[in-house]
Design a protein around this ligand. Structure first.
Ligand code: NDP
Length: 300
């Protein structure tokens, strides 16, 4: 029997309408609407699309958005000044700097991405990339959770897939997806409760030996590699749950990191690409922006 498709689009819509309802009561209580302030440096087409999608999603949830577009020639000092301006602006609840910053080949000035992310006030850090928020997550007392792994926890919880006591293999150790995903599932508790935590986690990467065997030992396999269809059917244990984070453009269509047609015949449940993890990332960004506004309103 082919695997159940985990409908990320539907779950993201659910979360977005929950956020919208919560924003409405927050504003009805006399607060200014939350605002997401995005900074876009340069004119990378994919980044423009991402920023536009975030703006639209904000609007639908009743969240205000502000976009500061800066030319590719922006220097690090100029970008840091913009971040400082938004840190000091009480209207800006959440700040995000759209990545990647332009490379020197794309007219960029070689800005140190880390320095810019570090400069965002941790209370406005809705991407949860600042060392303070990463540290809090590591210690099991998170403030903001990074959007993609948090979306996956929500997806697992809302489809009644428990991770407690299971062997989860995460392939990919980026700061944005793999590393925080592994950390979140290894904790004693999650925002959705202990059933979507308490996993025994293996974090695999490009130096992992015998990746296929490691993957086959997973009850839940999470692929965040950025290599089209790298995870083949024979790397998946019969009945495993497969979460495909990858978004790769191949011949004008989007494919994941998992060979879907093969995996579907082995797994018990799987996220499609597109329509799986992707929509959840934006939903969780809205959630974080509202959280930021609430914390700021409460003077935290
Ligand atoms: P990165 O490029 O930052 O990290 C990729 C990771 O994969 C690295 O840890 C790398 O290992 C590992 N890797 C690369 N090749 C192999 C290999 N052959 N075997 C095992 N591991 C390998 O990617 P991101 O985490 O930023 O993104 C991963 C994918 O997820 C991309 O397709 C991206 O587009 C997508 N994505 C989707 C999002 C969504 O909303 N759905 C959000 C963010 C990303 P090493 O560290 O050793 O180099």
């Amino acid at each position: 029997m082919p695997a159940t498709r985990l409908d990320g689009k539907k779950i993201a819509a659910e979360i977005r309408s929950e956020v919208a309802a919560d924003v409405e009561s927050f504003v009805a209580a006399g607060n200014a609407p939350p605002q997401l302030a995005a900074i876009l440096v340069g004119d990378d087409p994919a980044s423009q699309v991402y920023v536009r999608n975030k703006e639209r999603a904000c609007e639908k949830a009743g969240i205000a958005s502000r976009l500061d577009r800066l030319p590719a020639s922006t220097t690090q000092a100029e970008l840091l000044a913009k971040v400082a301006e938004l840190n000091a602006d009480p209207a800006a609840s959440g700040i995000l700097v759209q990545l990647p910053l332009p490379s020197p080949e794309a007219g960029g000035t070689g800005i140190d991405e880390r320095a810019v992310l570090d400069a965002i006030d941790p209370i406005k850090d809705v991407d949860a990339f600042s060392p303070v928020n990463v540290g809090l997550l590591m210690q099991g007392r998170p403030r903001f959770l990074p959007c993609t792994p948090h979306g996956i926890v929500q997806l697992l919880s809302r489809t009644n897939i428990s991770t407690s006591g299971k062997h989860v293999v995460v392939v990919g150790r980026s700061d944005i997806v793999g590393k925080p995903m592994a950390m979140m599932l290894a904790q004693k508790d999650s925002t959705c409760g202990p059933e979507t935590a308490n996993a025994t986690v293996t974090l695999a990467h490009s130096r992992t030996q015998d990746l296929a065997e490691v993957c086959r030992s997973a009850d839940i396999l999470i692929a965040a590699v950025g290599r089209p269809e790298m995870i083949r059917g024979e790397m998946i244990r019969e009945g495993a749950v497969v979460i495909d984070v990858g978004i790769n453009r191949v011949d004008d269509r989007l494919v994941g990191d998992v060979a879907f047609a093969e995996a579907e015949n082995v797994a018990s449940a799987i996220t499609p690409v597109p329509g799986g993890v992707g929509p959840l990332t934006i939903a969780m960004l809205l959630h974080n922006t509202l959280m930021a506004a609430k914390m700021q309103a409460a003077g935290n």
